[in-house]
Design a protein around this ligand. Structure first.
Ligand code: GLU
Length: 306
């Protein structure tokens, strides 16, 4: 289809139907600050490779992008240490929940991939190396702001503190990896950085713009083409935890979700899409966000599969 002309009406239609659905999933409550978010919100934004932008619903409301930051973090860590990152973290889907401890024990402290929590903690530990947490987070924010071409993107300190107080499982993962020699820093240092990384807040419009560094076209070229392809391969296979296969089956595009209810999706060479609805499905991915992406992919005929 000509994806340009009807895009606004497709988005408005998705907002009016899926976006208003009464069956909205359940907001993440293991991070107390996220439990306070009103589930009756829905936003979506599309940035095309030629620079055109479309949005609908609550697309200007900032939300906690949480695990979506893992996409930027892995780009940063690869930029810093190159392919040697893969000696510390794998590239295989986990088939287990995002914060699974059992898998890590079976595999001697080397996480399956950089998008489950343990793998993301290793990634953070990698880009933190040689700097203070403040400098490392400054580098991460610079990368995201450059990607989005927007200086008004910040870390929500209240969310970061909330998770630092309650992130016992994540601390357990960090300590376990440290016991296997797969954490360079004291767990408190890496985890303080990781929790702040996860607390980056962005609106759908900002997030969709920031994804253009993976699309090509007019977006900023912050990583090589090969690296962009590989990050998208990881998003496709590992971006939705143990729901990655289901997302690939339903949507057919690489995506990364976060427990704040956001999803970033890339249509290679064509578009970057962000959707946000805080209620989650059983896998911990946005329920309506997944449904909205499925509808958008169907109506635009966008897929990585011919
Ligand atoms: N900060 C969250 C955690 O580490 C991120 C999880 C997610 O967004 O899926 O538990």
């Amino acid at each position: 289809m000509d994806a340009i002309t009807p895009m606004q009406s497709i988005l408005d239609d998705i907002n009016a139907t899926i976006g208003q659905s009464p069956d909205r999933g359940k907001v993440a409550d293991y991070i107390p600050e996220l439990a306070k978010i009103d589930p009756n919100q829905f936003g979506m934004a599309v940035c095309l490779a030629d620079g055109r932008e479309f949005h609908t619903g609550d697309a200007d409301t900032p939300f906690s992008i949480q695990s979506i930051t893992k996409v930027f973090a892995v780009a940063l860590a690869l930029g810093k240490v190159g392919e040697s990152l893969w000696s510390r973290v794998g590239r295989e889907p986990s088939g287990t929940s995002f914060d699974s401890i059992t898998l890590l024990e079976r595999e001697q402290g080397r996480p399956r991939n950089p998008f489950i929590n343990a793998g993301a903690i290793v990634t953070t530990d990698t880009y933190l190396d040689g700097s203070t947490p403040r400098e490392a987070l400054g580098g991460l924010l610079r990368f995201i702001r450059d990607a989005a071409d927007d200086a008004d993107i910040h870390i929500d300190e209240t969310v970061a503190q909330s998770e630092t107080r309650t992130g016992h499982r994540n601390f357990a993962l960090a300590h376990y990896m440290r016991s296997h020699g797969n954490l360079l820093h004291a767990p408190e240092l890496t985890m303080g950085t990781y929790f702040h990384q996860c607390a980056v807040a962005m609106s759908c419009r900002q997030l969709a713009r920031s994804g253009r560094f993976l699309v090509g076209g007019v977006g900023p070229r912050l990583v090589t083409k090969t690296r962009a392809r590989r990050i998208q391969a990881l998003m496709m296979t590992c971006g939705h935890y143990d729901g990655s296969g289901d997302f690939a089956f339903r949507v057919g595009l690489p995506g990364k979700s976060g427990v704040g209810g956001g999803i970033l999706v890339i249509v290679p060479g064509q578009a970057s899409i962000a959707v946000w609805s805080p209620g989650l499905n059983a896998y911990g991915n946005s329920k309506l966000g997944t449904e909205a992406m499925e509808a958008l992919a169907h109506q635009t005929d966008w897929s990585v599969f011919s």
